[in-house]
Design a protein around this ligand. Structure first.
Ligand SMILES: C[S@@+](CC[C@H](N)C(=O)[O-])C[C@H]1O[C@@H](n2cnc3c(N)ncnc32)[C@H](O)[C@@H]1O
Length: 214
């Protein structure tokens, strides 16, 4: 599955097309996942809580949708990481268009990150954990690269919701882009095992929006 993503799966570009268009993504998110995508865009504002001089990791950054919450004059290091070179190229283009000079891009596998322990104050992972073969490993890696007290925010497609979302799970797996994911109890377990506390999880349709502290 990771190899499919690395090669640049067409779904990545389709997803990016919709998520980059907030007004379009709202009805599509409702229709396909029963979710309020407003929660997704709200969560991106977590970057505003990072103090000057701080570091942010956005993995998987995809086409750079979360850059919309980063102000040009913010004195932070913003590392946008993804397994797919094509998505990083797209992120670089968005950063250039928005004149966000603080953005670096880095090829990275979320399950084996090329970052030091305690390197970041904030990690954002939108629509990522369900795309990885081992979401528990990826959560553990996030825990490793975050500073004590650092925040992990993101979203994940859980598989223990309504049967209505089953076709999306099946399609995602047949297309080779969706991993095992898990249910709400699994998500809480991944956080616990990776040393996160104070997990706040809001389920909206098939998607869980979360925030936890290392
Ligand atoms: C559904 S997109 C979400 C991207 C972005 N966060 C967003 O909300 O638009 C999933 C992304 O995960 C990336 N990806 C898949 N497996 C990965 C892995 N093991 N490590 C890092 N990135 C991965 C894909 O290349 C793709 O860009």
């Amino acid at each position: 599955m990771s190899a499919n993503w690395r090669r640049g799966h067409p779904w990545a570009a389709v997803y990016d097309f919709f998520v980059e268009r907030e007004t379009l993504s709202r009805p599509v998110g409702r229709l396909l996942f029963g979710t309020d995508t407003g929660l997704l865009y709200d969560e991106m504002h977590a970057v505003e809580g990072v103090p000057d001089g701080g570091s942010i990791l956005d993995i998987p950054c995809g086409g750079g949708v979360a850059l919309r919450a980063l102000a040009r004059d913010r004195d932070v290091r913003y590392v946008a990481a993804d397994i797919a070179p094509a998505m990083l190229a797209r992120t670089r283009q968005v950063a250039r268009e928005r004149r966000l000079d603080q953005v670096e891009t880095q090829i990275a596998d979320a399950e084996d990150m090329p970052f030091a322990d305690a390197e970041f104050d904030l990690c954002m992972s939108f629509a990522g954990l369900h795309c990885f073969p081992h979401p528990d490993l990826a959560t553990h890696e996030v825990g490793r690269v975050l500073k004590p007290g650092g925040r992990f925010v993101g979203s994940v497609f859980l598989v223990d919701g309504s049967i209505r979302y089953l076709p999306m799970v099946v399609l995602g797996r047949v297309a080779g882009v969706m991993g095992p994911s898990g249910g709400m109890a699994d998500l809480r377990r991944w956080f616990d095992e990776a040393g996160f506390a104070d997990a706040q999880i809001e389920r909206s349709g098939a998607i869980a929006y979360f925030s936890a502290v290392r």
